[in-house]
Write a protein that binds this ligand. Structure first.
Ligand code: B12
Ligand code: SF4
Length: 500
């Protein structure tokens, strides 16, 4: 029986995380097929490592997980090199990038199949079909190129009951790379575990890459199952903190509270992502239980303080500008730090309106900081996501903006910056507008350096704060070279580029 090689192309600069995407895929074939994992984050030369496995002649199936940005770059380089040297291998890509950009991926000529969304059932079924020469066209969550060159997508599978999934093969991963290598030091703890407890999201924000794949669906593991996994890693490898990588960890108040109650004596610190409107409805007792269990900081996509822009983004739910401010204030009482991300630079009919909107958000962010100075602010420049059918998508196309067509285009330097949400290439944003956003961010980060940067000590924070404080008070953001210099010298961390 042929073997399977699973590859996690390099995605993190220095903080390794458990490669959950391919670990889930490994779990789906564990015990049935022999598999190995190559993690680009842990290998100096991952292509050489992959070749060393393929040279044995035992491997036929290659599974790559791919998200946009630098991970895509290594995925392309590796896929090209491997397919040229080992043309008989079947190259299968999964993850957000191929699911959302199937044409560019399949027309590249070196990817054979895409798993569209969850691969827990689709991947083993596809490998079985290829291994035994059976038809694959009826397997759900699949995208492939027909013999006539047309791209075909099969039906989407209902979201799988997450508790029915096989356990993650942590012990086997540990034979390739020590698990402790993935339990990094963060502001949450000395050994931070990355865990994914639910899939999808019930909302349909028009800028979000989760929407076309999950179509407003969400499924979570039970609190008990999550607790069991966390406890296993804690007891076996000493994890003392958790980053929940779910798109929306707090969809269910009941699950969040149940989990918190299970965790309360574990002495672990944790973090997760949520929506402001959902959590605003949580009872005080729930927020207390969540904090008491070690949840110190929660990430919220605030996006905008302007209700019209929230509607334009199809933020859904009931989120409003007032609610964003009130909730930041409410969380103070529970000693939970809100980490708010804003998206500046959304399209508007005239350049004046685009500029006015940016100025509005800057003022709004200052109001949030005023009611709760501990609020962490992350500023993104709006980068369109091809969510066909949404109002925002229509506006984006009408402005003349076009997405790249080939895989090579996606990794051109300009598009890489786009993926990192730094240089959006959008026609309605002038260089001056982008400068204003970035300069405000520099000054804001100077006045309120992020708590997530464990390299900045109190003295350095204070020095930067004094320099930036004056500018902040008088709204003078242009040319903040002195702050940039200090941040460069002390290597300021940027969560919006490096990921959380
Ligand atoms: C962890 C994570 C990271 C980590 C890297 C993780 C790693 N592998 O080392 C870090 C923090 C480094 C990171 C960075 C970035 N990330 Co990121 N990241 C995530 C996150 C939160 C979780 C991914 C994960 O582990 N999921 C757990 C697994 C179980 O789920 P999954 O990946 O969906 O896998 C399932 C299916 O997709 C499929 N599948 C996935 N891979 C494969 C492979 C094969 C072979 C098969 C068959 C199937 C398959 O099957 C799996 C099981 O069902 C996702 C959001 C999310 N919740 O998924 C964003 C996400 C993937 N990231 C995203 C982005 C944009 C980035 C950045 C480019 C930008 C940024 N500022 O965050 C940077 C890039 C920086 C860099 N240097 O590369 C976006 C992608 C959006 C898009 N347009 O496609 C996401 C969706 C977040 C978002 N909502 O915007 N990220
Ligand atoms: S709430 Fe968050 S994850 Fe859900 S659709 Fe909106 S942006 Fe995406």
């Amino acid at each position: 029986m042929s073997k399977i090689l699973l590859f996690n192309p390099k995605s993190a600069i220095n903080k390794y995380r458990i490669p959950n995407s391919i670990l889930n895929i490994a779990a789906s074939v564990d015990g049935k097929y022999d598999w190995v994992i190559v993690d680009g984050n842990c290998e100096a030369d991952p292509i050489k490592k992959i070749e060393s496995y393929l040279n044995t002649g035992e491997f036929k199936y290659l599974g790559f997980t791919v998200m946009p940005g630098p991970q895509l770059r290594q995925a392309i380089l590796a896929a090209k090199a491997i397919k040229e040297k080992f043309p008989y291998t079947k190259m299968i890509w999964g993850g957000y990038f191929p699911s959302n950009q199937p044409n560019a991926v399949l027309y590249s000529g070196y990817v054979d199949f895409i798993i569209n969304g969850p691969g827990d059932h689709a991947f083993p079924k596809l490998v079985d079909a290829l291994e035994y020469g059976q038809p694959f066209e009826f397997i759900k969550n699949l995208i492939y190129k027909d013999p006539d060159g047309k791209i075909s997508k099969t039906a989407k599978e209902d979201l799988i009951d997450q508790d029915s999934l096989p356990p993650l093969p942590y012990d086997k991963l540990n034979t390739f790379y020590p698990i402790t290598k993935f339990l990094g030091k963060t502001y949450l703890g000395e050994k931070t575990l990355a865990y994914h407890s639910s899939i999808g999201c019930p909302f349909t924000c028009s800028f979000c890459a989760v929407v076309p794949i999950y179509e407003a669906r969400w499924k979570g593991k039970s609190a008990q199952a999550v607790y069991k996994d966390v406890k296993y890693i804690k007891d076996k490898w000493g994890a003392d903190a958790i980053e929940f990588h779910d798109n929306n960890f707090f969809v269910s108040e009941k699950r969040a509270v149940e989990f918190s109650n299970l965790m309360k004596d574990e002495n672990m610190t944790w973090w997760g992502m949520a929506r402001i409107d959902t959590m605003s409805k949580f009872k005080d007792s729930s927020l207390e239980a969540i904090r008491a269990s070690g949840c110190k900081i929660i990430f919220f996509g605030a996006e905008s303080g302007n209700n019209e822009v929230l509607a334009q983004m199809d933020k859904g739910g009931t989120q409003t500008g007032n609610q964003i401010i009130e909730f930041a204030e409410r969380l103070k009482k529970f000693d939970i730090i809100p980490e708010y991300s804003f998206v500046l630079g959304t399209p508007a009919p005239t350049p004046e309106k685009v500029q006015a909107q940016i100025d509005f958000e800057i003022d709004f962010i200052k109001k949030v900081k005023h009611v709760n100075p501990k609020t962490e602010i992350i500023i993104y420049t709006y980068s369109p996501v091809p969510t066909e059918g949404s109002e925002m998508y229509k506006q984006v196309l009408a402005s003349g903006f076009r997405f790249p067509q080939t895989l090579e285009d996606w990794i051109s330097p300009a598009w890489e910056s786009f993926d990192l949400r730094k240089n959006p290439l959008t026609p309605w944003l002038t260089p001056e507008m982008i400068d204003k956003i970035r300069n405000f961010e520099t000054v804001l980060n100077g006045v309120y350096p992020t708590v997530t940067d464990i390299r900045l000590n109190a003295l350095k924070r204070r020095a930067i704060k004094i320099v930036a404080g004056l500018r902040y008070k008088v709204n003078l953001y242009k040319y903040p070279y002195e702050i940039k210099l200090l941040q460069k010298v002390w290597r300021y961390r940027q969560p919006e580029i490096q990921g959380f």
